[in-house]
Write a protein that binds this ligand. Structure first.
Ligand code: FMN
Length: 176
């Protein structure tokens, strides 16, 4: 495959991490990648909470049932629709923040870091737990928690390309 796309195909969900901390400069780069994402009317309705405090990370591990991962850092991707100056753009905050989140995953892959996305919104209980741990106000919604660290497991690069999911010019019914 084309090496320019290596960070995309090499990105895999990593659920075991070494104890090596993530350099603050690398966390900054990930945030720069996040904020390079496109957004509806370029309203950028995102905010990020970076967590490296071991006590806070332990709380996530304990209280998020699908989020028990030992990473030394996490980035919480949040939507704040009130940042969208154009009200018509506010409806798109999930798409805007998802694109920012995917940029983090791909950028981390390119930097040799592992990540896993832990879904938060729209599960009310996960939203409540994350609000409680991070002190998010009501008008800011946690979309997903991205654990970040150096991988302690290896996974092969891959695409999951499936020709049946691709329709050219017109939708054709799947035969199965
Ligand atoms: C919206 C969303 C929610 C996810 N939630 C979790 C989660 O709570 N815990 C987890 O370990 N992985 C979670 N994942 C990671 C997926 O399980 C993973 O992306 C999928 O199995 C494909 O594997 P890959 O990332 O290695 O390609 C989530 C991914 C997405 C996109």
């Amino acid at each position: 495959m084309n090496p320019s796309l290596d960070p995309i195909f090499q990105r895999r969900s990593i659920r075991a991490y070494t104890e090596q901390p993530v350099e603050p400069e690398k966390l900054d780069l990930l945030l720069k990648a996040a904020m390079a994402a496109p957004s509806a009317m370029n309203c950028k309705p995102w905010e990020f909470v970076v967590i490296t405090d071991p006590e806070k990370l332990a709380l996530f591990r304990k209280r998020l049932i699908f989020g028990n991962r030992n990473a030394p850092a996490a980035i919480l991707v949040c939507g704040n629709p009130s940042l969208s100056v154009n009200p018509a753009a506010r409806l798109f905050w999930v798409q805007d923040c998802s694109l920012a989140g995917e940029n983090i995953l791909i950028a981390a892959s390119g930097l040799g870091l592992g990540t896993v996305w832990v879904g938060v919104h729209p599960v009310a209980e996960f939203v409540r737990v994350v609000r409680d741990i991070t002190g998010l106000p009501k008008h800011v919604t946690p979309l997903g928690l991205i654990y970040v660290g150096y991988p302690a497991e290896g996974k092969p690069a891959r695409t999951q390309y499936d020709q049946k999911r691709v329709h050219w010019q017109k939708y054709q019914k799947l035969n199965h």
